[in-house]
Design a binder for this molecule. Sequence first.
Ligand SMILES: [Zn+2]
Length: 444
Amino acid sequence: MKFLHCTVLLLAGLAATQALAWGNHGAAAYRAFEKMPEVANAPAVMVEPLEAFLRAEENTLEALLASQEAWALANLEKYPPRPAELAFIADPARSDPARRQAFLMALRVAPNSRLALYYLPDPWSPVAGTPLAQAAVSTLPESPGSVSKFLALRAGDSVPALAVLATASEEPDYGLDIHLWDDSPSDWGGIYGFGRQPFGNPALPYSSQAPFHMGFMHESRLLYLAAPFIKRTYPLLRSHQYSTLSSLAFRTGHAYWGWRFAGLSLHYLQDLTQPFHASLAPGESGAKLLAANALALAGMPGMKNDLVVLLSNRHLVTEKYLTEAMQRAAVRQQETDLEKALHNQDRDRSYPEWSDRYVRDVVSLQARKASAALVTNLLAAMPAAYVSDPGFDFGSEESGITLLLEAARPERVKLDATLADLMANFGAHSRNALRGILRASTPP
Ligand SMILES: [Zn+2]
């Protein structure tokens, strides 16, 4: 038990650092889909409020959500069954807000999720529209250095499919998975049946969403034995829920929600293309983690504490560097290898056909395998203070740092190639998943 506790502490440090993996899902998704004919040539769609979609499709949704639960029970490891009273039962007499709440609670997402009508403009295009405050879109506090700009939409507006898809691919980071656990400081966590938060600090919003946005599916048997709770992550649940909702919406003529649910689903797959989300401790061996815990147990927590800080700093440095590079490319209107990798479709066919197993067996396994090389190249290219000094807290200093100015040459070339490779995976897997969703959306 004590051993377990220490591992919890180690994991708490790792998970607490996850703010927004690939902080720029929307920007990356614009590039990943801009040249895909199914998206680029799709007709513009008419914006529809969630309440209208739910009212129109109440009966089909009742059946779908029941089948999702059956699927999860049969296919997900460590899946906590949904309490029967949360099932979505059609009731045409109820009010729109009551139906909306029943729907969100049947999905077991935060019932105060905004799901507002808005879009993120493409960072490569001039911004024109009515700005929306972050609070209208997200229940989370604005993160320092946030680059999102939200523009308002109204019911009946016409909007490109690409904008809906790219915008929604960022939306799960706006509070949908916050405080869903028994020990969460929320009104709903206690009735959702997910159990206690498996790792991380239940008081911190981002920490509470981490088990839905990370997945440690390819760790060693020893690590699972020592810390079985690291299997209690649910990105595959979310990916399946939203992808099947997307297909239902397309099939029933609600194209706006078809694209939006598709984007929501893609978020979880995209998070798992990030090695720091698909691996417990990128670049570190399981043996080292266990040794750190053993030492901490013996009253020497130094190695464990150092690991937590280093992993957090490396995670943050990776994402900040990538975000800076993509922002600079957009400002200069000059494509780099990152943008080219994102929209290049050469790799798409090299992967297996889309299936229920794809996110686990293809996406997260690949990211897990890529983690060691990423860390090696990161350490070579970045100032040692940021990635190798456990006395430095990158998170509290990052707003004053521009990594593009500090990365070492020529080592940076290798890091850039590694990141471009990860972005190529991000693009290819996102498109393959969308192809699967669209295939399931047309009747045979
Ligand atoms: Zn996420």
